[in-house]
Write a protein that binds this ligand. Structure first.
Ligand code: ZN
Length: 410
């Protein structure tokens, strides 16, 4: 049975690694071309820089995949059993023991991934001028996340452990708990957690503010809260997003975006974000993830009830089986990425369509191109890789789709 378990995990690893590898080779060897949208707009050096940056990032990613996989196999065969042994003898209370188990596992995983995080931020991102994080900021970020993880993670895990050990049909409460939690997170995340890491200030540019107001009225979408986030203290990559629920709903624009773009372009990006709301993408995503979660939790329930994993790996605690089952089920579910990425790209097209309906089409395309250039994502990815991993269509695909929609309208 160990063979079956390891076989599934290894097969999924090889598949994902293969996709990443062909994309890496595709870009590194120069097989991938500059996306149509950028052709004739970039110097040879700029293209070369993009190519080097992308292949260095992908190369590091490949290396970290291998290390993580070896680490995972080690945990599955030996590590988890040792951690279970240590935690079991910790106290008479299974919740405390379980928390210790997850803390040790979490700490080990963190340490394994740390060199990659550091190398990525302070070497690759640094050399290409993206990294703005100082070591001091990195340390305070880490300390804050650490405290949050211990407080919130500890609280949640205690709840999970209590349910799994004491309640017969715990899967029902588990699912209800996750649903409720999603709402709570939407409320506390923008209000209490994000401000721990970034400063949010209202937009000062009156011209931009007026344009946003006009757009809000036109779209019938009343946004009262538009904030600028000081993202530039960590990275030069730019972005915009919507977060929160109901009255707490807010649109956040990175300050990097404001620096680089004209007010019309920002308004167009803003319109894209509103498009996600108008087309009810958040609601759709909620139901999609809910249906996945129900399957996931039911499988988890099955594994914890059945003796399969206990016997196969010679373990005795429910929390250990919980981890073994999560690893297996995540592997089985990873193929769903095709579907999820596809849906996500579809939603992006829909939001784009909305954006050009209510704002300036030229400005929107220019904004997309600026984002692409600025983030050095101007090369065509490998097709299969894109299908599996890309949550956003490429800039060229987006531009083409916008123009196609235009043609249909006329
Ligand atoms: Zn979007």
């Amino acid at each position: 049975m160990i063979i079956l378990y390891l076989g599934i995990i290894t097969a999924v690893f090889i598949f994902e690694f293969y996709l990443k590898f062909i994309n890496y080779r595709f870009i590194k060897t120069g097989s991938s071309k500059v996306q149509e949208s950028f052709q004739g707009e970039l110097s040879e050096e700029e293209v070369e820089k993009s190519r080097k940056y992308t292949s260095e990032k992908n190369g590091l990613d490949l290396f970290s995949e291998i290390v993580n996989f070896v680490f995972m196999i080690f945990l599955i065969l030996i590590g988890f059993r040792v951690i279970e042994f240590i935690s079991k003898g910790f106290s008479d209370n299974y919740i405390l023991n379980g928390l210790l188990f997850f803390a040790l596992y979490g700490l080990l995983s963190y340490l394994i991934s740390l060199p990659f995080t550091l190398y990525s931020s302070f070497n690759i991102e640094e050399r290409y001028g993206f990294n703005k994080k100082t070591p001091k900021l990195f340390l305070t970020d880490t300390a804050k996340s650490f405290i949050l993880t211990i407080l919130l993670g500890g609280l949640l895990l205690s709840g999970v452990l209590y349910l799994v050990y004491n309640v017969e049909n715990w899967w029902i409460y588990f699912i209800l708990g996750i649903v409720v939690l999603q709402f709570i997170i939407q409320i506390i995340y923008p209000k209490f957690i994000m401000p721990l890491f970034n400063k949010f200030s209202p937009i000062e540019d009156q011209e931009l503010l007026d344009k946003i107001k006009i757009l809000s009225e036109k779209s019938g979408y009343n946004v009262k809260k538009v904030f600028v986030m000081d993202a530039s203290k960590r990275s030069k990559h730019s972005n915009a997003f919507i977060t929160g629920l109901g009255k707490n709903k807010r649109i956040v624009l990175f300050d990097t975006l404001l620096e680089e773009m004209t007010s019309d372009e920002i308004v167009a990006v803003f319109a894209h974000e509103i498009g996600h709301f108008k087309k009810k993408h958040f609601l759709k995503n909620f139901f999609i993830s809910l249906s996945f979660m129900v399957c996931f939790v039911l499988l988890m329930y099955y594994f914890i009830q059945s003796s399969f994993l206990y016997n196969t790996f010679d373990i005795s605690e429910k929390y250990t089986v919980l981890v073994y089952s999560v690893i297996l089920i995540s592997s089985l579910f990873s193929f769903m990425n095709f579907l999820l990425s596809y849906l996500s790209r579809k939603f992006e097209f829909e939001a784009d369509k909305y954006a050009v309906e209510v704002s300036d089409k030229r400005a929107f395309i220019d904004a997309l191109k600026k984002l692409g250039k600025q983030n050095l994502s101007v090369l065509e990815p490998h097709d299969l890789y894109k299908k599996f991993y890309y949550s956003h269509p490429t800039i060229s695909e987006r531009e083409k789709e916008i123009n196609n929609n235009d043609q249909i309208k006329k």
